[in-house]
Design a protein around this ligand. Sequence first.
Ligand code: UT7
Length: 336
Amino acid sequence: MYNSKIIGLGYYVPENIVTNNDLKQWMDTSDEWIQERTGIKERRWIDTETSNDTTSLMGAKAAKIAIERAGLTKDDIDFIVFATLSPDLYFPGGGVEIQELLDMPTIGALDVRNQCSGFVYALSVADQFIKTGMYKNILVIGSENHSGGLDRSTRGRNVSVIFGDGAGAAILSRTEEKNKGILSSHLHSEGKYAKELALISPSTQKWVNTIIQENNPDDTSYYPYMNGQFVFKHAVARFSEAIIEGLQANQLKKEDIDMLIPHQANLRIAQFIQKKFQLPDNKVFNNIEKYGNTTAASIIIALTEAWEKGKIKDNDLVILAAFGSGFTWGSVVIRW
Ligand code: UT7
């Protein structure tokens, strides 16, 4: 039986910074409202005039950094797990695009569709492949291009202001060290709330309408819908459950946590969780103020930044926790 551990991390965000005040050119909003409710100061949105970034391209850029930092080459990678809710194409998924962009051999590429929990699910999938001995080095990516599909008018402001673009990647690798690496992962979903945070069109039910969207200016189903307060309430409950489950599965206590990386949905949610688990500021890492909510990319961007800043050290107990559309939620417990 093998263990799996993260040996390389990387992230990439588009250059274009959109501050809260910049948003006023499209919608009626304010820096005060956004900062007070979400903690966000700015986000990255791809500038399509100056950049050719896409979900897959950003993912490939982050992946290159992670592969290099792992001391590997693209030819050492055995498998790709790619998490996104905003693939470049309706099909095929972005995993194969990454494989092509990185000029990799014909290894398998799997797409994970679990929105804000996408990276937690993707890491867990990769962990199983390594623990069974099937693969040695797996490239795990989370990447999102939200800006291409948001309603930038006042009508969509309760959703659009919170989302940002970006990508992150990790190399998960086989280790024979005992009690190191991913100790456990815990995944959940509750499909009865699927439409509380969803994008309805295009879909196999609505894609004919997509073609005639110009004739349906009032149809908002082409933009993400979110029942914000409902999602918020479920988020705080499920985040806590996922963390407690991860601690209990490993006979650990909240005092054992060295670093909690919560999905960056809303600073208020992260602060609620921090208070509930009585964690000091140096044991929770947030960067939502700079990037907004980058969905499947948020945890891996935050993990990479925390690691780059020296906030994660050898042997630390690191917990990743996520909640989002589906609803889906989960946690991963890592001994670094
Ligand atoms: O990542 C996946 C999981 N997602 C989450 O966890 C998100 C959870 N939800 C949230 O974070 C919050 O619900 C939001 C930040 C999205 C919204 O905050 P809220 O406190 O729930 O605001 P609200 O939607 O209830 O809106 C309150 C007021 C409304 O005005 P009235 O009806 O009280 O006059 C909105 O029209 O704020 C108004 N509003 C805005 N005002 C300025 C909504 N969006 C904006 C905006 N700028 N961007």
